[in-house]
Design a protein around this ligand. Structure first.
Ligand code: PXP
Length: 243
């Protein structure tokens, strides 16, 4: 079974457009968890244009009311970011090499350059019992370096898979993801995945064995608007349970 962690950034964007606490992230996180998802993800960026750092404690508290579910916080490991993740005692922290003003995450870590720099930052989270995952492109060459950082997991950046889905490139690109996931698993790393996954492309992605968690936000929110939240979440949970 693959865990589904719902990224609520887009709800925060909607909320911030009006200046009141509506829609409430706490309300929707609770609803998603009641429907059976296994986690809530947020990606607070330095300009706080969607999820704000002040949202973290309340969301962490809500997730703790659902045993076995996890709160995952994604972001660039600045000192301030790491302290906020520690303060809210997230279960998992996914480290992403984002620039401050980036529209969305668009590449994984180059661990040849940043592996050593990441090590003490990873250790700081782990000392507080927070699992660390590194956002990576589907490149098996990064895996030895990822294991050397001490991180427990990687998150495969799936935009290229989504882009190639249903095209002549799909088999070739999927093979790269498969090889990277296998290399990670052989190195003792757990494998998560995310970015641009949706109800259409997820089943074939999860044919890659042993994906522990997918975090999905953008398409899932659009699908909820179009099809209704309960119907969408039930479809995702069925897909995730089948692999
Ligand atoms: N993983 C990371 C590191 C991300 O930055 C995002 C987007 O915030 C996602 C996963 C989820 O991507 P999407 O919103 O396209 O489902």
């Amino acid at each position: 079974m693959t865990a589904l962690s719902v990224n609520v950034n887009k709800l925060a964007l909607l909320r911030n457009s009006r200046g009141h606490n509506y829609p409430s992230l706490e309300h929707f996180a609770t609803r998603f968890l009641e429907l059976g998802v296994q986690g809530i993800t947020v990606h607070p960026r330095p300009d706080e244009r969607h999820v704000k750092f002040a949202d973290l404690p309340a969301l962490a508290g809500i997730v703790k009311n659902f045993p076995g579910c996890e709160f995952n916080v994604e972001g660039f490991p600045s000192d301030d970011f790491l302290q906020r993740v520690i303060d809210c005692q997230a279960h998992q922290c996914t480290l992403v090499p984002d620039a401050a003003d980036q529209l969305t995450s668009d590449h994984g870590w180059n661990l040849h350059q940043h592996g050593q720099w990441l090590q003490p930052r990873i250790a700081r989270l782990q000392e507080k019992n927070i699992r660390v995952s590194l956002f990576l492109d589907p490149d098996p060459q990064q895996i030895k370096l990822a294991a050397a950082t001490g991180a427990e997991r990687i998150e495969l950046y799936t935009e290229s898979y989504a882009e190639a889905f249903a095209s002549s490139q799909q088999a070739h690109i999927t093979e790269q993801f498969c090889l990277t996931a296998q290399a990670a698993q052989a190195a003792g790393l757990g494998v998560n995945a995310g970015h641009d996954l949706n109800l259409q492309n997820l089943p074939q992605f999860l044919a890659i064995k042993g994906v522990l968690e997918v975090s999905i936000g953008h398409a899932l929110m659009v699908e909820c608007i179009e099809q209704g939240m309960e119907h969408v979440i039930r479809q995702y949970l069925r897909i995730c349970a089948a692999y």
